[in-house]
Design a protein around this ligand. Structure first.
Ligand code: ZN
Length: 202
């Protein structure tokens, strides 16, 4: 399966890996520190689409996420359905969250996942005009529905393929536990975890 003339070199190892991004929405939460600790141990980056309202409850956790090499994207301020909001209201949800992230991490986020994935052409344009790329997902773990570690792991591992973006939520303990098992299983299957940014622009 590995077609590389430089067998053993670092470049060859990288080329032979299948890139995948694991993403977590709706945090930070009281479970996020444990998640980030374990990501750090495994030297794996994740991408977090965060809520401004939750960052205000867990500012240190957001800083920890960012300081340990994870990517931070915007989810919204308070998880509103963007298709039901005016342009002004959308921009308020976005800019409020953006400035909280900037203040805490010193990094300006450039990706957003709209709540419920509920978007359309004009919303995408508004976001684009504000230098935000709208990102959805290709593997839905349905973790919020299952709330069962084994079921979540099974579903993701069965469906995943190279280049996928996995959707999870770091607000459930079952999801965080599932994430560890998903990561360990996929690493054995020669997947390499990267941030959404790396996956999109590689
Ligand atoms: Zn959400």
């Amino acid at each position: 399966e590995i077609s590389c003339s430089l067998v053993g070199s670092e470049m060859c190892i990288r080329d032979s890996k299948k890139m995948v991004a694991i993403t977590f929405d709706d945090g930070p939460s009281k479970y996020t520190t444990k998640l980030v600790d374990e990501l750090k141990k495994r030297e794996i980056p994740a991408t977090f689409f965060v809520l401004g309202s939750e960052i205000e409850r867990f500012p240190d956790v957001l800083k920890f996420e960012s300081d340990t090499g994870n990517e931070i994207g915007i989810h919204s301020y308070e998880h509103k359905l963007f298709t039901k909001l005016s342009e002004d209201e959308i921009l308020k949800q976005v800019s409020k969250t953006k400035s909280i992230i900037e203040d805490l991490t010193g990094i300006t986020p450039n990706i957003i996942r709209v709540p419920y994935g509920s978007t359309n052409k004009s919303i995408k344009k508004v976001l684009n005009d504000h230098n935000l790329t709208s990102v959805l997902w290709s593997v839905d773990s349905l973790d919020w529905k299952f709330k069962n570690t084994e079921k979540i792991v099974k579903r993701v591992v069965k469906d995943v393929k190279e280049g996928d973006i996995i959707l999870m939520h770091d607000i459930f303990e079952t999801s965080v536990q599932a994430a560890f098992q998903i990561i360990d299983t996929l690493e054995k299957e020669n997947y390499e975890f990267v941030t959404v940014d790396e996956l999109l622009w590689e």
